[in-house]
Ligand binder design. Structure first.
Ligand SMILES: [Zn+2]
Length: 249
C-alpha cells in the first residue's frame, strides 16, 4: 500500500491488472480474449459492472474533466450546457458520468471509449478504498463520493516515470492501464499485431510502417492511435527506439 495522508492506495503491478482484466473478459465474453475485435465498452460497463451511465458538462473548460465515477449517490456539481453556470444534480450510486462534449465528438470516439473504460476500472480496482467516509474526502468536494478524472490523466499518464507519481497519480495510472487491457486484451491484440507485422520492431514515429500498424490497430479496436501505440510498447511488440528495450511506461 502507498500512504496517502489519511488514505492508502493499493500497489498493483501490470501483471496483476492484466489478470483482473482477463477475469472480467472471461466472465463477460471469452471470445474477446482470443479474437481481435472492438469491445462494446458501453454494454460491458452496464451489463457486467452494473454501472449507470450519464452525460453532463463536467467542467467549464472544454477537455478539462473528461469523466467521473460516483461511488455513492448524492449531489454533484455540473455545468449548464448553454450558460455554463454551475448546477447541482442528484446521481445514483455506481454512476459514470462522461463529459457530453467528449461524447458528442465523432473525432474523439477513441478517447470517449477509453474514458468509459477508465471509469469502469476505477470502480473495479478502487471502489473499496472510497467507502470509508474519512477517505472519500480526498476525492469528494460534493455530497456524492466521486473520483473525477482530468484530461491530463487519461491516456497520457502512461509515460511518466515511477518517481514522479503521487498516490493519486497511481490510481490514475492503474485505471489507465486497466482501461487499455479492457479495450485491447493482450492475446487478441498480439494476434492482430502479428497479422500486421511478423515480428516486433523498433518504434520510430517517422517510420511509415509503424504508423500503418498503429492506425490499423486503432481502427480495429476502436481506440485512439495514442492508446494503441502505448499498448504496443507495454506488450513489448514495439521496442523503445532509444534503448532497444521495452522501457517502463
Ligand atoms: Zn481516473
Amino acid at each position: 500500500m502507498i500512504g496517502l495522508g489519511y488514505m492508502e492506495v493499493p500497489i498493483l503491478s501490470k501483471d496483476q491488472i492484466e489478470t483482473e482484466s482477463y477475469k472480467v473478459m472471461a466472465a463477460y465474453d471469452p471470445s474477446l480474449i482470443e479474437e481481435p475485435a472492438e469491445v462494446d465498452i458501453e454494454h460491458l460497463i452496464e451489463q457486467y459492472f452494473k454501472l449507470n451511465v450519464d452525460y453532463q458538462v463536467l467542467s467549464k473548460q472544454d477537455d478539462d474533466i473528461l469523466g467521473l465515477i460516483a461511488i455513492t449517490g448524492g449531489a454533484l456539481t455540473v455545468f449548464d450546457r448553454s450558460t455554463l453556470e454551475k448546477r447541482r444534480i442528484e446521481v445514483a450510486p455506481q454512476t459514470v458520468i462522461i463529459d457530453e462534449r467528449l461524447a458528442m465528438s465523432d473525432s474523439q470516439i477513441g478517447r470517449f471509449r477509453f474514458t468509459i473504460a477508465h471509469e469502469a476500472s476505477h470502480w473495479h480496482l478502487h471502489r473499496f478504498y472510497c467507502e470509508d467516509e474519512n477517505q472519500t474526502k480526498l476525492f469528494a468536494d460534493q455530497d456524492a463520493t466521486a473520483i473525477k478524472c482530468f484530461s491530463r490523466n487519461i491516456e497520457r499518464r502512461f509515460a511518466s516515470s515511477f518517481s514522479d507519481k503521487s498516490p493519486l497519480d497511481w490510481l490514475e495510472w492503474q485505471a489507465d492501464y486497466m482501461a487499455s487491457t479492457l479495450l485491447m486484451p493482450a492475446k487478441s491484440f498480439k494476434t492482430a499485431f502479428q497479422s500486421l507485422s511478423p515480428s516486433s520492431r523498433i518504434y520510430n514515429p517517422q517510420d511509415n510502417e509503424c504508423q500503418r500498424i498503429i492506425t490499423s490497430l486503432a481502427n480495429l479496436f476502436k481506440v485512439s492511435k495514442q492508446a494503441a501505440r502505448i499498448r504496443l510498447l507495454h506488450l513489448g511488440l514495439f521496442k523503445n527506439m532509444h534503448s532497444g528495450q521495452t522501457s517502463f511506461l
